[in-house]
Structures are given as C-alpha cells and as structure tokens.
Design a binder for this molecule. Structure first.
Ligand code: C5J
Length: 232
C-alpha cells in the first residue's frame, strides 16, 4: 500500500550547505526588534550608533513572520531589557562605556532599556500577536536567565529560524547558546542587521564557517521558498 502521508519536511537552500527542516519541529525566533535598538532616542543611539543601519531587516523579517503565521509555526519574539529597579542589570553592563544616556536613564521613549517603557517594546511593523511568545531577557543571549529552553522543549522544537538585531551581538550570542543546546539554527541573512555592516558580514561568516560551526545561513527568499514547499 502506498504511504499517502504528506511530508512535513523540506530543504532550505543555505550555506554552507542545504539543510532539511521538519517544520512542526521548527520555530521562528525574532531577536530584539525593539524601538530601543531601531529608533532614534533609544539604547542603540545612546551608544553612538546610526540606528538607520538596522531598517533593512524589517521587511525580510515581516515576510517570514507572515509566512510563519500562515503556516502555524511557533513564533517567539525576544526583548532585551531590565527590571525598573535594575536588580537584573549587572553594574558592569550599566556602567560600561560613555553613552549619552545610561540604562535606566529617562529618554524620549521612556527609561532606556527598561521593561514596560515605550522604547523597550517591539516595533509596530513586527508587533507580536497575543498568541505569540515574548521572552524578556536581561542579557545578550536569549537562553541566559529566561524560560526559552523550557518553551522550546514544551513545543518539541529542534530547529530555529533566527533573525533580528544585532547580527554580531544578540543574534550571534543566541545562536551560539542554541548550538550548544543541540538546536539547528538557520540564520536569515537579510533578516539580521548591525550598526556596522562589516560586523554583519563577519557575524554571518562566523556562523557558517568550518562546515557550519554554529549553524546555517539562508536568505529570507530561500526560507520562504522552502516554507512554500512545506505547505503544498
Ligand atoms: C545590543 C542586541 N547590540 N540586541 N543588543 O546591545 O544586539
């Protein structure tokens, strides 16, 4: 008898090599697409960065987010930030460098990088649905001091489509944490961005080098093509 069961897998064209993903075991992880990083007056700008450098990632992420919602994929958003009393913000982080405003200082979008403030929220274009998971994280990696590991285990997730900002900081840290925990990470190249274009390029190279030492890198078009196949 022929097995008529539809496959739940398809292949993403990726570097260093194509990767086959089982879609029910795959989640979309969107890192820190917050006003504090992407808009003037937030944490990113207080550090002296040109925040317009991150804008290019919004549309590719939006396209994958729409496809993920259409296919019923688990969607997880993360937000970097701290409790209002800064009890989860190590002095070594707060005191670092010479920003124009420090974490916790009042700025045009509320207190810088503080949970509940306008700047801490996700940008309107990618705003989470009520049904989606939002993980608040005090560090750069999304696993450190969060419930992310438990959430992924609960939903039987083995693979992560990772995008967001910034490529070399929170995306890279999270991918490295995920890799050590046994997750296959496919990083969406045009769905990530950095204040430093050269760090974006190198951040992606570091992931896919040495046979994909931390994971795979694919374009949003490549991911969308594979997601289409998975639903036909
Ligand atoms: C940074 C992040 N760059 N989300 N955070 O401090 O990458």
């Amino acid at each position: 008898m022929l097995n008529s069961a539809k496959s739940t897998k398809s292949v993403i064209s990726a570097e260093p090599e194509p990767i086959t993903l089982d879609w029910p075991a795959t989640a979309l992880l969107i890192i820190d697409m917050q006003r504090d990083f992407l808009e003037p007056g937030g944490f990113g700008e207080t550090l002296g960065n040109d925040v317009s450098q991150l804008a290019g990632a919004v549309k590719p992420i939006g396209a994958v987010l729409t496809a993920a919602r259409d296919t019923g994929m688990l969607v997880i958003h993360t937000r970097e930030g701290h409790l209002p009393d800064l009890s989860d913000a190590p002095p070594a982080k707060v005191e670092r460098g010479a920003p124009s405003l420090r974490i916790g200082d009042p700025g045009p979008m509320g207190r810088i990088l503080i949970r509940g403030e306008a700047g801490h929220d996700i940008i309107p274009e990618l705003y989470p649905l009520d049904s989606e998971i939002v993980i608040d994280k005090p560090g750069k990696g999304a696993f450190y001091a969060t419930e992310l590991g438990d959430v992924l285990e609960k939903y039987g997730i083995e693979n992560l489509l990772v995008c967001g900002v910034t490529t070399e900081v929170c995306v890279n840290t999270t991918v490295r944490e995920a890799n050590d925990r046994g997750y296959r990470c496919v990083v969406i190249s045009d769905g990530c961005a950095s204040y430093f274009p050269e760090f974006h390029e190198m951040g992606l190279k570091m992931i896919k080098a040495q046979g994909g030492i931390f994971g795979w890198v694919a374009s949003s078009a490549g991911v969308l093509e594979a997601m289409k196949v998975s639903t036909t």
